[in-house]
Design a protein around this ligand. Structure first.
Ligand code: EPU
Length: 337
């Protein structure tokens, strides 16, 4: 597999040795490696700086072997799916991005169960399940992400959360694929007990048989609601903040009532359609603008409502992963910062 090099960076003996290690792992395992990519190309917000290495395994086994080898070699890595819930800062990100996009395969249905890999498209899975008369995920049909990303943060919409239907999750451990029962995972509101440093490879979902027409009708209704109330086609990462937990309050409605729709910081705008969406505009859009706008919203929210808004998107700092961390060390989720 070819390695595409186009990034200009300072080459020290240490970086050279590290790059050689990563290149060797990629070619030994037959995994496509790219250099010179930017988060601006790989995330839906279309902002974010350069990425040191992107590795793109195509199977679950390959992915498990790659992260096992990287960890053994002391190379920091981080998992990116569709990039639809990530705000990566504008700096130079000196870690390996393990992209799950090519770990797609087919969704394998067996009675009420479906086994699917992390890179599989969530909307496509919802359509295929509906077509087979299987209910439980039709509310998720409009979420523009991968199955892996949905599992990672327990994606939810219109009464469904993916964690509710997970029978087992396949996780990379020690270079191998390990199956973990869904009941051993904590599935909270947009949060799970998976830890950074764990790569989710796929899952088996257990769905419930129902009338295919009715499932499709519910899925279409959810999609229409989403279409009418959320920006589409715009560059966003979905809802930027969580709703205040356990309160029944909607952060979007409250930001709207604070009069902030259309508020702008450079290339970042509070969506005029749904106030909990930040959208970016222009070729030179920056993460700095999006973050400045987000912090402005949080500041006003704190002042006016006495509530500390929690990020729903993950913030990826360029610096935060550049230090090697021992395998298994618990790291706080970036979005909780
Ligand atoms: N509203 C406004 N103005 C706004 C936005 C909303 O008045 O700018 C009002 C709506 O009219 C509605 C209420 O607020 O009466 C709630 O709005 P919505 O139905 O859009 O729900 P939400 O709480 O804002 C949550 C999720 C969405 C998910 C929808 C539908 C969070 C943070 N957001 O939004 O998830 O799609 O419910 O289930 O939990 C995401 O995770 O990225 C996301 C967008």
């Amino acid at each position: 597999m070819g390695i595409i090099v186009s990034m200009q960076e300072e080459v020290t003996p240490e970086t050279k040795a590290r790059d050689a290690r990563i290149g060797e792992i990629a070619s030994r395992l037959g995994v496509r490696a790219e250099r010179g990519r930017r988060f601006a190309e790989l995330t839906s917000l279309r902002v974010g700086g350069s990425i040191d290495w992107v590795l793109m395994p195509t199977t679950e086994d390959e992915a498990a072997a790659v992260v096992g080898a990287l960890s053994e070699a002391g190379v920091a890595w981080r998992v990116l799916g569709a990039g639809s819930n990530v705000l990566a800062d504008d700096g130079e990100h000196r870690y390996v991005v393990l992209s799950t996009r090519e770990i797609k395969g087919e969704a394998r249905f067996d009675g009420e169960r479906v086994s699917v890999s992390a890179g599989f498209s969530l909307p496509r899975l919802c359509v295929e399940a509906a077509r087979r008369g299987l209910s439980g995920i039709e509310g998720l049909g409009g979420i523009p992400g991968t199955v892996g990303g949905a599992l990672w943060m327990n994606a939810g919409a219109y009464g469904h959360e993916i964690g509710q239907v997970v029978e087992t999750v396949r996780v990379a451990r020690g270079g191998r694929v390990v199956e973990v029962p869904g009941s051993e995972i904590k599935w909270d509101y947009r949060r799970t007990s998976f830890k950074e440093g764990e790569l989710l490879l796929g899952a088996t979902l257990k769905l419930a048989p129902d009338d295919a027409e009715q499932i499709k009708a519910r899925m279409d209704e959810a999609k229409q609601k989403r279409f009418a109330t959320q920006p589409h086609g715009a560059r966003s990462a979905g809802c930027f903040f969580k709703n205040p937990p356990g309160s029944g309050l909607s952060t979007g409605r409250m930001i709207d009532e604070m009069g902030m729709k259309g508020e702008r910081r450079g290339s970042a705008v509070v969506s005029p359609v749904h106030a909990n969406f930040i959208v970016t505009e222009g070729e030179d859009a920056s993460a700095r603008d999006a973050l400045a706008l987000a912090e402005e919203i949080r500041e006003r929210f704190r002042r006016e409502h006495g509530i500390e808004l929690e990020y729903e998107v993950e913030f990826w700092g360029a610096e935060s992963k550049s230090e090697e961390k021992p395998e298994g060390e618990e790291q706080s989720r970036e979005k909780e910062k």
